[in-house]
Ligand binder design. Structure first.
Ligand code: UDP
Length: 344
């Protein structure tokens, strides 16, 4: 019998790509989303890519404890991947209570419901933001976490700790994996799912593609006086399909009983630092166009340089990032053009 994975926030950018990879790997998936930060474009795209017109969708908010409990009580859920959370750093500074309430409450409800149902394998989507400005790069999973610089970052750290403590106290009923993502970018090669930011994008690649298509006038590169080879920040840009596949590896590791500890943590990155300017140049080159950009002052809160040491995920989970930055940026551009055709 197929194993079932619940994907909370499964209609969003990362959740939709993960759902595709899980289905293609032979898992059954229940997508749950409250559509607070996305529409049904990606969910429809998932159905098209996989041919699963009957893919189950539950419209719900995990802040509703009774709804979360019902979901676990009524379905045999072998693993849950928790994405449902607010994710804008700047907004979290302006509305901290909203962020703490939503991001913590929803995760606590997932864990309580999972416990009440007798236990579960839990994958939490964490972030390299927990490393702050690291003292040394690349960062391994043993690199110390730094105090969070935003309520958003703090919710990631707190949810990591909550999962660790809950697993420890559960006497084997709960198992957990924390995946710390570096910078997920790109889109599915089908161009049927991708990132769909509301309003002005905060992240670099959506801003690049929106500038290229004419939605934005000019990309501002935040800071060219950093102590890096070309003066712009260094990041580890990870292809969204590669990232999604890491979730399949993590889920099967939990379900197939391959874990070495009850709560494990893995960096999900390429191990390859790329500067903002290099990324812009690669985008122009692979897509054969010129991007309107200018240098602007540094953005508050940005770290100079961070990239992953992904050795643990490579060796323990058998996962490795495979796609080149060029392939990823070509996919991001194809997705932006698809959105343009849809009038979005
Ligand atoms: N960035 C930029 N212009 C933009 C958006 C981002 O120069 O319009 C830079 C940002 O300063 C950082 C990098 O791109 O160095 C990645 O930023 P993003 O917000 O995508 O991810 P972060 O690393 O902050 O999570």
């Amino acid at each position: 019998m197929k194993k079932t994975v619940l994907v909370s926030g499964g209609a969003g950018f990362i959740g939709s790509h993960v759902t595709v990879e899980l289905l293609q790997a032979g898992y059954e998936v229940i997508v749950a989303d409250n559509f607070s930060n996305c529409d049904t474009t990606c969910f429809e795209g998932v159905k098209k890519i996989t041919g699963r017109v009957d893919l189950p969708l539950v419209k719900m908010d995990f802040c509703d404890a009774a709804a979360a409990e019902r979901l676990f009580a009524e379905n045999r859920i072998d693993a849950v991947i928790h994405f449902a959370a607010f994710k804008a750093v700047g907004e979290s500074v302006a509305k901290p209570l909203m962020y703490y309430k939503n991001n913590l409450q929803s995760f606590l409800n997932v864990l309580e419901a999972a416990e009440k149902a007798g236990g579960c394998n839990v994958l939490f989507s964490s972030s390299a933001t927990v490393y702050g400005e690291p003292d040394t790069v690349p960062v391994t999973e043993k690199t110390p976490r730094k105090p969070a610089t935003s309520p958003y970052g703090n919710t990631k750290q707190m949810c990591e700790d909550i999962l660790r403590d809950a697993v420890k106290a559960s006497e084997g009923r709960l198992k957990g994996i924390l995946l710390r993502y570096f910078n997920p970018i790109g889109a599915h090669p089908s161009a049927l799912i991708g990132e769909l930011p509301r309003g002005v994008p905060n992240n670099l690649v959506p801003f690049i593609t929106q500038t290229a298509i004419g939605k934005r006038e000019c990309l501002s590169i935040f800071g060219n006086d950093y102590p890096t080879p070309d003066g712009t920040c260094l990041r580890d840009y990870i292809d969204i399909v590669d990232l999604a596949k890491a979730h399949v590896c993590a889920v099967s590791r939990m379900i197939d009983g391959k874990m070495k500890e009850d709560c494990e943590v893995f960096n999900i990155g390429t191990g390859r630092p790329v500067s903002v300017l290099e990324l812009v140049n690669a985008f122009e080159k692979v897509n054969g166009l010129k991007l309107n950009y200018k240098f602007a002052p540094r953005r508050a809160g940005d770290v100079t340089a961070i990239w992953a040491d992904p050795t643990l995920a490579n060796e323990e989970m058998g996962w490795k990032a495979e796609r080149s930055v060029e392939q990823t940026l070509a996919a991001a551009w194809a997705w932006e053009r698809h959105l343009h055709e849809l009038g979005l």
